[in-house]
Write a protein that binds this ligand. Structure first.
Ligand code: DGY
Length: 322
């Protein structure tokens, strides 16, 4: 019997491609060229499965042009690149890569919060530019992290992992807002209290965004929400670009209507809003919250497991449209 043909749409660890090649006819994208949509569709011809990284939009038009496709395995927990309804209608399964990145991503959330509140990058640039003349009592005064109030918007697995770190490790008061309130024992385990979004924005010293992107969460933080935050507050976006109105944020940062921001994700990334590049009080990182070798390998292997399980047992491990 011929083996199913599978496309690996972006470069991933060679050992994962080799693993896939023991089960499938594999076409990989080793040079990591970002294919245009037409090129992606051309490469998908004759393929029954594809491993994606989250940047490939899977919608009704693409599915209509790729009638042999049966499964799309995202190497990401977020799957806002999937039109899930269109995939279900076309009988195509989608899978994501949850759990394996939770703790690593939460670690990075704390790294970004600390770097932003304590002005790590701004002061490092100052030092490298040769501007440091002396110790001064008021050099790069930052915001307190320990004992302050963290407001988390989006309290899924990653939000909860951040809450545990903040409450148990840094003695922070943790507030959260989520579509639905968590069970009492989960709130207690992560030391977090549910509040309405407005209260969270008004009272938090640091606001961290960890919610999935969807039409409903588009611009969850825009000019109005930024105006409700404390002028001393920081904003951290660990989730997806598009959840924050980057132009409004750049204005708020420039006018010091909030103190600082830390962003790992951007609207239309890898493009970054040019105004964000010119304000000093923002820490910008290139979507690396899950980027440790162990975690990225686990994400790629879970995507591969989903393809292998689907074609051998019919049941992938982490479907999003079962
Ligand atoms: C995810 O898994 O959704 C991350 O953003 C990709 O690193």
């Amino acid at each position: 019997m011929s083996r199913p043909a599978v496309l690996v749409a972006r470069a991933v660890f060679p050992e994962v491609v080799e693993r896939l090649a023991t089960h499938f006819e594999v076409e990989a994208n080793p040079d990591d060229v970002i294919w245009s949509r037409a090129e992606l569709i051309a490469h998908l011809q004759g393929k029954a499965g594809v491993l994606t990284t989250g940047s490939e939009r899977i919608d009704a038009d693409l599915l209509a042009a790729c009638p042999g496709l049966r499964i799309v395995a995202n190497m990401a927990v977020g799957y806002n690149n999937f039109d899930v309804a269109a995939m279900t209608a076309a009988g195509v399964l989608g899978t994501n890569a949850p759990d394996v990145l939770t703790e690593t991503t939460a670690d990075f959330g704390m790294a970004l919060l600390l770097a932003t509140a304590r002005r790590v990058c701004e002061s490092e640039h100052f030092l490298r530019a040769g501007l440091w003349k002396n110790w001064r009592y008021d050099l790069f005064l930052g915001a307190e992290v320990h004992g302050s109030t963290l407001g988390i918007i989006g309290m899924g697995r990653i939000g909860q992992a951040v809450a545990r770190r903040a409450a148990l490790g840094f003695g922070m008061r943790v507030l959260y807002h989520n579509r639905s309130r968590l069970a009492g024992e989960i709130e207690a385990a992560c030391g977090a209290r549910y509040v309405e979004k407005d209260e969270l924005l008004r009272t938090a010293d640091h606001v961290m965004l960890v919610l999935p992107y969807s039409a409903e969460s588009h611009h969850t933080i825009g000019a109005e929400e930024l105006a409700r935050m404390k002028p001393t507050a920081t904003l951290i976006n660990l989730a997806r670009g598009g959840i924050v109105d980057d132009a409004a944020l750049a204005r708020a940062l420039r006018e010091r209507r909030i103190a600082a921001a830390g962003l790992d994700v951007f609207e239309g990334e890898p493009r970054v809003h040019p105004d964000l590049l010119t304000v000093p009080n923002v820490v910008l990182t290139p979507h690396i919250a899950s980027a440790t070798r162990g975690t990225r390998l686990a994400m790629a292997n879970l995507a591969a497991d989903n393809l292998i399980d689907f074609f051998t047992t019919g049941r992938p491990r982490t479907p999003v449209n079962p």
